[in-house]
Design a protein around this ligand. Sequence first.
Ligand SMILES: Nc1ncnc2c1ncn2[C@@H]1O[C@H](COP(=O)(O)OP(=O)(O)OP(=O)(O)O)[C@@H](O)[C@H]1O
Ligand SMILES: [Mg+2]
Length: 494
Amino acid sequence: MAIVLSIDAGTTGVRTIAIDQHGHAVASSYQEFTQYFPQPGWVEHDAEEIWDAVQATLGEVCAGLSEAPAAIGITNQRETVVAWSRATSAPLYKALVWQDRRTAARCEALEAEGLLPTVRAKTGLVLDPYFSGSKIEWLFTKGGVASGPDTAVGTIDSWLVWKLTNGAVHATDATNASRTLLYDINTLEWSSQMCEVFEVPAHVLPEVRPSSGSFGVTGSSAACGAGVPIAGIAGDQHAALFGQTAFTEGDAKNTYGTGSFVLMNVGETCPPPVEGLLTTLAWVLDTPEGPQATYALEGAIFVTGAAVQWLRDGLQIIDEAAELEPLALQCETTDGVYLVPAFTGLGSPHWDPYARGTLVGLTRGTGRPHIARATIEAMVYQTRDVVDAMTKASGTPLQSLSVDGGASVMGLLMQLQANELGVPVRRPTMQETTALGAAYLAGLATGVWGSLDEIAEHWELDVEVRPNVDRSATEAGFARWHRAVERSKGWEEA
Ligand SMILES: Nc1ncnc2c1ncn2[C@@H]1O[C@H](COP(=O)(O)OP(=O)(O)OP(=O)(O)O)[C@@H](O)[C@H]1O
Ligand SMILES: [Mg+2]
């Protein structure tokens, strides 16, 4: 039976999974890497450590395989940028991570110049330090990186393709390109206008290819051995949408990981910009008629699961993430406590890089259970904020929400989310949907799977949770949430 390898290079670690033709994981390996916080609001990774984690997990998974893998798919933390030397393959600076806020003032200045409508129309994004464009500019203007012919720049996927192919291929896929602020999602090309704004010379950028197609073959130094085709790439949230087999217009998913990202398939025509949300490429498939793009609306929530890590590592009120739900169940409500986890500013639908985390409504009766429950409720309310914006824009109410990601194991989260949205929340048996999506993209290009319909047959329901309260019961709490959000906004000064 054919095996497809999937490399999921996330924000906190790399997971490599071997996936069989049924879409089941047959082997898996995970390795964390270091998070660097050199200044408040700055977040960096070492690209070499990410590569080492890829090699270690790839090696471990491949050691247990009895046959050569048919293909490799790559999925990755999005927007994070690396610059490296083509001659030596050495990184020229630490990777600037999507959570990094160092370019907030620059984005604000560009907005003051009136650039936002152009950005919305061409890239589907907004002017926020979250995206790659201002980070690449920073590397050149403040980071001392030369922009000459030896310099290559790219998101993590393109760095890994470069390393896996021994420097033979400098390419990315259209979903990753669509997060850079430099890519025109209407024409599927780098935008010369946006590259001029951020002074990014075209020669440093990777070639953009369909998400399912050819990205070269592995070289002899890759831990899986030489000659394995790299045949699928997508940013983690796009891969998760594909892994949830959300192939029909209106299908939506939410991944509760470090942050939460709600994506809805909106079909093959690029829709007009929606206030508070992003328009992005869901994926681009290689067809005999040429590249075929599918678009998505996206709500990007920066912190959900990361707030659980903060309770564990920062406040130390739990020892491990799995203690959160039992602790939260020790109280029936938060008694008016709200946590707005705006630790790195607020994304959709508020877009405020100066917002900061806020814990309000504390009384002498507040205890650990209330804060635990408020952390789960923050995931639920933030998701409702973006789903409301999405359904308002599309004019069609959501039918159900497919969920995945580390925090989606919590039954309480699923129940509260179903109640807050008024629709069933569904979780598949295969929860590594991000890795699965990248494997599907790679297997589709190499004949492991013949069609989207064939792939969709592998989606299996694990748990479905239906609303168990009247919709009106949630309204007062949701209104109060917005009062808490207002208090978190504009806290940090430019
Ligand atoms: N049992 C649990 N209860 C609550 N939260 C959990 C639990 N297990 C994991 N989490 C949270 O889920 C998150 C990890 O989920 P996941 O691995 O999907 O994240 P991710 O965003 O994909 O990570 P990466 O960015 O590294 O890819 C962590 O932030 C963690 O706090
Ligand atoms: Mg992930």
